[in-house]
Design a protein around this ligand. Structure first.
Ligand SMILES: [Zn+2]
Length: 212
């Protein structure tokens, strides 16, 4: 069912930075210039986000299947589509030089047995011809659900959630997750990557939920 084009086809104009759907075409600038108001007012630490579709029925079932029911083949399918999307945009942006999954905390990893983001990141990296590294970033704090908190509080909460195994001198890092919700976790992770010397951070997410 996940191969049905009608299921997936959702050509939406999205903010190039955070992948929020944009209501209207604005101005005559190239695609690379499209930014939502939030990203214009307060740019996040990441530079770009690729999302396949909005987080809604029936696609949300795929993400839940990967995350909670170990339907790991779905990771491959998300990766295939993200790689196609990445090749579409590679004229505007260069490809990442390393791909990392959003890490789970140790507790969560033990509980679930696998990191669903890694199930997408590994095949995506293979398709992009880029190294993937599941140990570069560690989650050192387990954070509570963030969706009810305001942006500043979320930032504070996740601000020290990640640690890096090594410096990233000038690298373009691709960060992979299944679903992007507030973007606070990805913002905090990008902040950590930039502080360690990353030149550019591009998020690759399968599904995107509206902010707040
Ligand atoms: Zn945006």
């Amino acid at each position: 069912m996940c191969c049905d084009a009608a299921y997936w086809n959702e050509p939406r104009l999205r903010c190039t930075v955070c992948a929020m759907p944009l209501a209207h075409r604005r101005g005559s600038a190239g695609r690379a210039r499209y930014r939502c108001e939030a990203c214009t007012d307060a740019p996040p630490a990441f530079d770009a986000t690729l999302a396949l579709a909005d987080y809604r029925a029936p696609l949300d079932l795929l993400a839940r299947g990967l995350k909670f029911r170990a339907r790991l083949a779905l990771g491959e399918e998300f990766a295939r589509r993200l790689a196609l999307a990445a090749h579409d945009m590679c004229e505007e942006h260069d490809m990442p030089e390393i791909v990392v999954p959003v890490p789970l905390s140790r507790e969560r990893l033990i509980e679930r047995g696998y990191n669903h983001a890694w199930q997408i990141a590994r095949p995506l990296a293979r398709r992009l011809g880029t190294p993937a590294d599941a140990t570069l970033v560690r989650r050192i704090l387990h954070t509570a659900p963030q969706s009810k908190l305001d942006r500043e509080t979320r930032r504070r909460n996740v601000g020290r959630a990640f640690a890096l195994a090594r410096p990233l001198a000038g690298l373009h890092v691709g960060v992979v997750d299944d679903v992007m919700t507030s973007g606070a976790t990805l913002d905090a992770l990008a902040h950590t990557l930039k502080a360690a010397g990353a030149r550019r951070v591009t998020n690759f997410v399968a599904l995107r939920t509206p902010k707040d």
